[in-house]
Design a protein around this ligand. Structure first.
Ligand code: KG4
Ligand code: ZN
Length: 336
């Protein structure tokens, strides 16, 4: 079975073909066109601009795929920027109708989780239950995954998402959008012990986290040291201490969940799972507790359509009539 994935929820126009071979999902084509550079001048993604750029690019990507061999079409139906989502959904509906193939609406967040089911070297299928850390620009959630499509949200951020905090700190440091990778790069040269930034809710019961106080603490540290703002060493120390605080809180909550739910595996998903320090720390945590650890390959941590095809594979029995799919339905995967 071949699944075509379409993703246009934010600033990546993406199309992919994933093939199921003996129950394992193999990426055959993974096409991603990033609009990030085009949004840089605005300091963030402008929904209408994103939609226009998706319209310009999507058909070029479709032309690169052998649509005749596709069995199922999976498309991101939400959450995301409504004007951007509409482009992908309308394209998917038209293709499903013309090719007479089933159309499967997919949650973008579920897609991030299923990026962990794309086979790669050394990959083997994880057993349930799994504790998932979902960290992206818009979400920071701890999820207990009891089976395919069975998600129980344990807790989430009460204010900023981790990726959002990275982006805001990048902005304070005058780094270009998208800031997360830039902060991480700068942090490599810094000392994590330079600033003792707050770790709100790290040791609290439950799985809520908060990053807005941390963000403010970074702002104050920058203001108090205004004369050093151009000093690369100082900037690197701020970035490293900030990154350490985020990773520390996320790791502590994952450890709490590991102890409470005795999972068979730990998974990290979403754009922030590209962060090397976070990946290393989670791997160490899993090793400490003797559980399997999965994180997507770098290419599949950020927005892509292979992950949407993977989620679509597990949801294929929920195919809908193309005429009934609203293009900005903001599907909540816990209710799917
Ligand atoms: O999943 P994603 O591509 O889009 C959403 O669904 O939100 O995640 C994007 C987020 C941005 O906030 C970006 O700054 C962050 O992921 N990010 C990182 C890194 N790479 C991307 N944050 C920290 N370290 C990174 N290496
Ligand atoms: Zn995403």
């Amino acid at each position: 079975m071949r699944i075509l994935g379409i993703e246009t929820s934010c600033d990546e126009t993406a199309l992919a073909v994933v093939e199921e071979v003996d129950g394992r999902l193999v990426v055959r084509q993974n096409l991603v066109y990033s609009q990030a550079q085009k949004h840089e001048e605005f300091g963030g993604v402008v929904p209408e601009v994103a939609a226009r750029l998706h319209m310009e690019k999507l058909m070029d990507l479709v032309a690169e795929v052998d649509v005749g061999t596709v069995d199922v079409i999976a498309v991101t139906a939400g959450p995301g920027l409504p004007p951007a989502l509409r482009v992908g959904v309308e394209c998917a509906k038209t293709m499903a109708w013309l090719l007479k193939k089933p159309l499967v609406p997919v949650s973008h967040m579920e897609g991030h989780i299923y990026a962990n089911w794309l086979v790669r070297e050394g990959w083997s299928e994880p057993e349930f239950p799994i504790v998932v850390l979902l960290v992206s620009g818009g979400h920071t959630e701890f999820i207990l995954m009891k089976g395919h499509g069975q998600f129980e949200r344990l807790g989430e951020t009460i204010d900023d998402a981790a990726g959002e905090a990275f982006d805001k700190v990048a902005h304070m440091l005058g780094l270009p959008y998208p800031g997360g990778p830039q902060v991480a790069k700068l942090a490599l040269r810094g000392d994590v012990r330079s600033f003792d930034f707050p770790r709100a809710m790290r040791d609290s019961a439950g799985y809520e986290v908060s990053f807005s106080g941390l963000k403010t603490a970074v702002l104050y540290a920058l203001r108090e040291n205004e004369e050093r703002i151009e000093d690369e060493g100082f900037r690197a120390d701020i970035a490293a201490s900030f990154e350490e605080a985020v990773v520390d809180v996320l790791t502590a909550k994952m450890e709490r969940a590991t102890l409470e739910f005795s999972p068979k595996a730990l998974i990290v998903a979403g754009g922030v799972s590209a962060n090397v320090v976070l990946r290393e720390r989670m791997e160490q945590l899993a090793a400490k507790h003797g559980v399997k650890f999965l994180v997507p390959e770098f290419a599949y941590t950020l927005d892509n359509a292979s992950m949407i095809a993977a989620a679509g594979y597990f949801r294929r029995h929920q195919a809908v009539d193309p005429r009934t799919l609203a293009s900005d339905s903001h599907l909540d995967f816990t209710k799917l």
